[in-house]
Design a protein around this ligand. Structure first.
Ligand SMILES: Cc1ncc(COP(=O)(O)O)c(C=O)c1O
Length: 402
């Protein structure tokens, strides 16, 4: 008999994790990381938000036990997240909710719930999307298909193609949508696109799974949730997955939640029970520290205002980087090819560069983008931005200006 692991096929490494490793191994001190999807401030650091530090100090001073909570996590955290994300758009009695270790596990648990309820459902994922959507659907064992999302030539949402592809979905299929700040494209549907999408999902009996990972990075906390809240008010059934990683800067503390809107209030209890069981068999109790930090911030008007102001500043910084990079690229390349950057929202855009150009950016200029040319605009600083524009112009073969 061979050894247990002798025939283990190698795991397909995640492209983002691979890029992090390559960047860490690159000895050039002036290398620039626009690959990894974390917020960075002007000094290139991913800061602990001030309200988070204050909430942590308060928790440390006052917490008297670290005994287990329920399998769903802290009810106070779940109520705060529900209000933050869904506002007043849904009847609370129709909701089941559990905390999870981050948004990734929220997606995992939401899709596990789908598989338990409807194993034949197909999960529809935008092309392009965050690679973990497809990976999680595969891990859960659900069939998946992709729908076209991006008009790459213009950097905008290809609404007609998206709607045409989703016409091919069967009633009861699940469609993953990103609430705002689409990763990796940066292109969000317009209000008209959302309305057409909602009409199609409704007409064809499709279930929206809305992934909320960048609340506050688009236009504002409430503005970013407006399309989701309209869906939640209209649809009998809807799944929402929430990540606290970006909006609270709590990446490594693993803060997330699944909110499952049920057709009728009587279904919420069995769904709640199933979600709790899914938690129990995956990790038992969800982590509490980050969730408690979020609940503390959202429950205290002073901390909340401070958090919101800092998040507003982060959003404004990324938006300013977009404008500055588009201007620098216009001047370095002599074209308006990158003007679409200013119309995008959130931290990411696809720059539309070819694989050879991305490889050259890395090898010749120490500039790291993802293989699909996703750039994290938060990774730019005043010092690196002109270098980035010059490097991109150079690999495009455009004469550099003096
Ligand atoms: C679109 C999207 N959804 C969900 C997540 C989940 O993040 P986490 O598991 O770190 O909370 C991410 C993180 O990059 C994301 O980009």
């Amino acid at each position: 008999m061979t050894s247990l692991f002798g025939a283990l096929p190698p795991a397909e490494p995640d492209p983002i994790i691979r890029l992090m490793q390559a960047f860490a191994a690159d000895p050039r001190p002036d290398r620039i990381d626009l690959g990894v999807g974390v917020y960075r401030n002007a000094a290139g650091r991913t800061p602990v938000m001030a309200a988070v530090a204050a909430a942590e100090a308060r928790i440390l001073a006052r917490q008297e036990t670290k005994g287990y909570l329920g399998l769903a996590g802290d009810p106070g955290f779940l109520a705060a997240i529900r209000a933050l994300v869904l506002g007043e758009s849904v009847e609370v009695a129709r909701l089941a909710a559990v905390a999870t270790p981050g948004g990734s596990s929220a997606i995992r648990q939401a899709l596990e719930l789908v598989r338990a309820a409807r194993p034949g459902a197909t999960v529809w994922i935008s092309d392009p999307s965050w690679p973990n959507h497809a990976a999680i659907a595969d891990a859960v064992g659900l069939a998946r298909r992709s729908y076209r999302y991006l008009d790459a030539a213009h950097g905008s949402v290809a609404a007609d193609a998206m709607l045409a592809d989703l016409e091919g979905a069967a009633a009861g299929d699940v469609v993953i949508l990103q609430a705002c700040c689409h990763n990796p494209s940066g292109a969000d549907p317009s209000a008209e696109d959302w309305a057409a999408l909602a009409a199609l999902l409704d007409r064809r009996g499709l279930i929206p799974l809305v992934d909320v990972a960048y609340q506050g990075f688009g236009e504002g906390l409430a503005e970013d949730m407006a399309p989701l809240r309209r869906l939640a008010a209209r649809f009998p059934e809807l799944l929402v997955t929430v990540s606290g990683s970006k909006s609270f800067g709590l990446y490594r503390d693993r803060v997330g939640a699944v909110l499952a809107l049920c057709a009728v209030a009587a279904e919420a209890e069995p769904v709640q029970g199933r979600l709790a069981t899914l938690n129990r068999t995956a990790f038992a109790f969800p982590p509490d520290h980050g969730a408690r930090v979020v609940a503390t911030i959202l429950g205290d008007p002073v901390l909340r205002a401070d958090w919101q102001a800092e998040l507003d500043g982060m959003r404004r910084r990324v938006a300013a980087n977009r404008v500055a990079l588009a201007e620098a690229l216009r001047s370095e390349t002599g074209t308006d090819r990158f003007d679409f950057l200013t119309g995008h929202r959130g931290m990411f855009s696809l720059l539309g560069l070819a694989p050879g150009e991305i490889a050259q950016l890395r090898s010749l200029h120490g500039l790291y983008l993802l293989g699909d040319s996703r750039a994290n605009l938060a990774g730019l600083s005043a010092a690196s931005l002109p270098r980035v524009a010059r490097a991109i112009a150079a690999v495009l073969g455009t004469p550099e200006r003096a």
